[in-house]
Write a protein that binds this ligand. Structure first.
Ligand SMILES: O=C(O)CCC(=O)C(=O)O
Ligand SMILES: [Fe+2]
Length: 279
């Protein structure tokens, strides 16, 4: 079986487990480590908000060498082979990310020195593999105007690969027309989007892709997806690289660290009580 097929198979096995088993690897209530299992919001809360969004369960996995975001594993006997398989998947996708990063470096036209810096920022240990399951909406569940599986957002790290099952729903904003366009799953096709950090490194040469997951009206079935987030070193300075700033122009973004950026985002979300954060 192909690696991705096996990945979706494993993800289904995970989310099919009884809740009490999934809760043997609970995501902590705080954001660090951002690892382990997070359950769905209860439907009564969604009804009271009159807005379907974020109706999903997820499991986050990273490098075993990441001391800050350390992995939260299920006991092996709960889902034999899960840890080995997802670790292998994480590193395979990290290898692909390294190749894609080279392509991005080339296409932006970074100088050799800048390219070295950008490579160093992405050492592979800060990436994040996410298994996602959007459960079936009950058939008698009310339809709301503002309903989505995941509201429109940008990702915050450098870039993201997005794998999805055949149930669709993922859409990207076309900046020229202002319309969302369906990212229909196709065999041997990898969808990816640029995140906030690479947008900054390239001084906006590549804007961060706005995307969302809709619930097709006729279709409320369960959906699985597997995003892979490629993230920079949290404490390194992220600044537009000089070769992307035209002579006589100012850079479009001030220097920040990824950690500083995340903290500012958390603060903003907390203030607005906007649950659209998705990473
Ligand atoms: O489920 C998807 O296809 C997209 C998920 C996503 O955009 C995210 O987790 O940031
Ligand atoms: Fe996203």
């Amino acid at each position: 079986m192909e690696l991705l097929e096996r990945a979706f198979d494993m993800s289904k096995k995970l989310f099919d487990l009884p809740l009490e088993d999934k809760l043997k690897a609970p995501h902590p209530k705080i954001m660090t480590p951002h690892r382990g299992y997070s359950g769905v919001r209860d439907l009564e809360t969604i009804k009271s908000l009159k807005r379907i969004s974020d109706y999903k369960e997820s499991y986050e996995i990273g490098s075993d060498e990441n001391r800050e975001h350390y992995n939260i594993w299920l006991p092996e006997q709960v889902l034999p082979g899960f840890r080995d398989f997802t670790t292998q998947l994480y590193w395979k996708l990290s290898d692909v990310a390294t190749a894609i990063l080279e392509a991005l470096i080339l296409s932006v036209g970074f100088s050799e020195e800048e390219a070295k810096y950008v490579r160093k920022l992405h050492n592979g240990h800060t990436n994040q593999l996410r298994l996602l399951h959007y459960p079936t909406m009950p058939h008698d569940f009310p339809q709301y105007e503002d309903q989505s599986r995941l509201g429109a957002h940008t990702d915050w790290e450098s870039f993201t690969f997005l794998f999805q099952d055949s149930h669709q729903g993922l859409e990207f904003l076309d900046r020229e027309t202002g319309e969302f366009v369906a990212a229909t799953p196709k065999p041997d096709t990898l969808y990816m989007n640029i995140g906030e950090m690479f947008m900054r490194l390239s001084n906006g040469y590549y804007p961060a892709g706005i995307h969302r997951v809709v619930i097709p009206a006729s279709y409320r079935s369960s959906r699985y997806s597997i995003p892979f987030f490629v993230s920079p070193d949290p404490d390194a300075v992220i600044v537009p690289q000089p070769s992307c700033v035209a002579a006589g122009q100012k850079r479009r973004y001030e220097p920040i660290t990824y950690r500083g950026f995340l903290n500012a985002q958390f603060k903003r979300i907390h203030v607005q009580k906007n649950p659209n954060r998705s990473q």
